[in-house]
Ligand binder design. Structure first.
Ligand SMILES: [Fe+2]
Length: 222
C-alpha cells in the first residue's frame, strides 16, 4: 500500500474507495429494486441506480483530471453495509410494507455512508484547489442527498396501518414513535390527504395497501 505522503495522495485513496463502493452498488441496487413492493420505491431505486452509473463515470473523470488511473479498491465499509442490508431484507416479513421499510433503511445507510465519503473528499479537493474534481464530486454529492430525502419521503407511505398497529408491542399507544413509516399505504390517498389538509406530512394511520404496489408476480421474480 502506498505511503500517504500528501493530502493529494489521501484524496486519491479516498476516490479509489468511493469508486469501489459505487461500482459495488451498481450490482447491489438491482437486488433491492427486485425485492421492493412499492412502485414508488422501486422507481426511486431504479432512478438512483442510473445516477450511480453516472457517479462511477464522474469518478473516472476525476481520476483523469488528477492524471491517475481509474482504479477502485475494495470498500469494506460499503461491503459490510450491503451485506447487512441483504441479510435484513431477506428476513421473513408479515407484510410487504415492512419489507419495503427495511429496504429503505438499508438504502439510507448506504446513502449516508456515501454522503460522508463525498463530503470529506470534496473538502480535501477544495483545500487542494482542484476545482474540476470538486465540481464532479459535488454533483454526485447532491444526488446522494436528494436520493436520501426521496427515500425519507417514501418511508412515510410504505407501511400500512395494519402493520403499524399490529402486535401488542409498544407501538400501539403512540404510533408516532414507530418511526417515519406509520402511514397510509396508498399513494393516491396520501395525495388526497395532503390536498385536503394543506399537507401535514401525511401523518395518519388510515388507509390500507393501495394501488402503488407492484404485483406479487412481478415482485417475486427472484
Ligand atoms: Fe447513492
Amino acid at each position: 500500500m502506498a505511503k500517504v505522503d500528501s493530502l493529494r495522495t489521501l484524496l486519491v485513496q479516498q476516490l479509489r474507495d468511493i469508486y469501489g463502493a459505487e461500482k459495488r452498488l451498481t450490482k447491489a441496487i438491482p437486488k433491492l429494486v427486485k425485492a421492493a413492493s412499492s412502485e414508488d420505491l422501486s422507481t426511486a431505486l431504479e432512478s438512483h441506480l442510473g445516477e450511480t452509473d453516472e457517479h462511477v463515470s464522474r469518478l473516472e473523470q476525476a481520476f483523469q483530471s488528477l492524471g491517475e488511473p481509474a482504479r477502485g479498491k475494495e470498500c469494506k465499509g460499503i461491503k459490510g453495509i450491503i451485506e447487512e442490508g441483504d441479510e435484513h431484507v431477506g428476513e421473513d416479513f408479515a407484510d410487504d410494507g415492512l419489507r419495503d421499510a427495511t429496504i429503505i433503511g438499508a438504502a439510507q445507510r448506504v446513502e449516508h455512508y456515501e454522503i460522508a465519503a463525498y463530503g470529506t473528499a470534496i473538502a480535501h479537493a477544495r483545500l487542494l484547489k482542484l476545482d474540476q474534481v470538486v465540481r464532479l464530486l459535488e454533483e454526485s454529492f447532491e444526488e446522494e442527498k436528494a436520493a436520501d430525502e426521496k427515500l425519507t419521503a417514501i418511508a412515510e407511505q410504505v407501511v400500512n396501518s395494519d402493520a403499524a398497529n399490529a402486535e401488542g408491542d409498544d407501538a400501539q399507544e403512540e404510533p408516532e414513535m414507530v418511526g417515519a413509516g406509520v402511514l397510509s399505504g396508498s399513494k393516491s390517498s396520501q395525495a388526497a390527504k395532503r390536498g385536503s389538509t394543506g399537507g401535514n406530512g401525511g401523518r395518519s394511520a388510515g388507509g390500507s395497501r393501495g394501488p402503488g404496489r407492484k404485483s406479487s408476480s412481478a415482485k417475486r421474480g427472484r
